[in-house]
Design a binder for this molecule. Structure first.
Ligand code: NAD
Ligand code: AKB
Length: 332
């Protein structure tokens, strides 16, 4: 029997993933049953499309009030500080990513909640194999973000084994999406490049052209989260740390694929501090455990993802320039 979700709270809902996860959860489980929360106010498509509350994930009492008031039974805990921002604000990264998660775990234990929490390929470090990283491997990251994610995986597994409640998670690669901008990571170039290609026909990439990293298109990322949460608990041998993979490519390969649609597109490369982070991460991931335990299969590869991204962004920019023209006073 698939696991059921009744009333859901999503933390960090206004970020890159929440902006697309919340509408899908609302579509599946009912608009009023999904409470979106963040420390900043909602923009489209979250604004006005269902319940929303401002709350900081380090505010345990504030979260407890929302959980009780909305009779929550499931948490999608997305609030976090990502890799590049984490290097600028390491103390904040620990506070939000570890202390925030610990408070959510305690609330989940007290209120008997199910929990989804995403880890990241940032848990891997220079001592991890670069190719086909196995499920069980060396976890010695060199970024504070990676360290908080290793701590998070260990905490989640500890709560599962010690208190026996249902916490699940997966190690997302870099996520590529067309709706909300990414929130300060090392893989952000793979989103920025599309906006620059469509608007200006040119992009300067902050990673070296041959830096291969694991990536995933947002529709696959959303489906992975929901399919993992709906999988029967009895089938799972792992809990909060599933490797998941979809595609791997370098900035040069991504630029070449974009050029098949926009031949005049030019990409330059000026690596910055984020190069060292990318160099510490693996190139490809073995996701056999996710495939075997809950049937994970990606649907998008580099070619289909690029075609979909360019279509979505071209339509979006065409709509917004049509709207701007419409607003111009006549004769101007
Ligand atoms: P994001 O940075 O786009 O969004 C995070 C959201 O959390 C933001 O809206 C921010 O306002 C909110 N937030 C920050 N501090 C908060 C606090 N103290 N209280 C409440 N909200 C707070 O991140 P995302 O890309 O949507 O990532 C969501 C989760 O997925 C994170 O755990 C991240 O580590 C993980 N992940 C993301 C990627 C990716 O490529 N996007 C890859 C691997 C893992
Ligand atoms: C980042 O680059 O920090 C994120 C991630 C891979 O966790 N996109």
């Amino acid at each position: 029997m698939p696991e059921k979700m009744g009333r859901i709270i999503v933390t960090g809902a206004c970020g890159q993933i929440g902006t697309e996860l919340v509408p899908e959860l609302r579509r599946r489980y009912g608009q009023e049953n999904v409470l979106a929360t963040d420390i900043r106010g909602p923009t489209e498509p979250l604004a006005g499309s269902g319940p929303f509350a401002l709350v900081d994930v380090t505010d345990r009492a504030g979260l407890a009030r929302l959980i009780e008031r909305h009779k929550i039974d499931t948490v999608y805990h997305l609030a976090a500080i990502l890799s590049a921002r984490g290097e600028r604000e390491p103390e904040r990264a620990w506070e939000v990513n570890v202390e925030g998660l610990r408070k959510i775990l305690e609330l989940a234990r007290e209120h008997g909640l199910r929990l989804f929490w995403p880890s990241s390929i940032a848990i891997f470090g220079p001592a991890t194999p670069k190719e086909n990283v196995p499920q069980e491997t060396v976890l010695c990251p060199t970024t504070i973000y990676g360290i908080t994610k290793v701590a998070g995986e260990l905490l989640c597994d500890y709560y599962f084994h010690r208190f026996g409640f249902d916490v699940r998670g997966l190690r997302y690669p870099g996520i590529i999406s067309s709706e909300a901008p990414p929130g300060g990571g090392t893989t952000d170039y793979a989103v920025e490049i599309f906006h620059a290609a469509v608007r200006e026909g040119r992009y300067t990439c902050f990673l070296r052209e041959d830096t291969v990293l694991p990536m995933m298109f947002m529709p696959d990322a959303i489906r992975a989260a929901i399919e993992l949460m709906e999988a029967p608990l009895a089938r799972l041998k792992h809990h909060a740390n599933f490797n998941v993979a979809a595609m791997s490519f370098s900035p040069a390969e991504l630029a070449a694929e974009i050029r098949r649609h926009i031949p005049e597109f030019v990409c330059d490369f000026e690596p910055d501090a984020r190069q060292a982070i990318a160099d510490s991460w693996p190139r490809t991931i073995d996701d056999t455990a996710a495939r075997e335990e809950w049937g994970w299969r990606p649907r998008y590869d580099l070619k289909s993802m690029v075609a979909a991204m360019l279509t979505r962004l071209s339509e979006r920019y065409a709509r917004s320039s049509a709207a701007q023209e419409h607003q111009q006073p006549r004769g101007s």
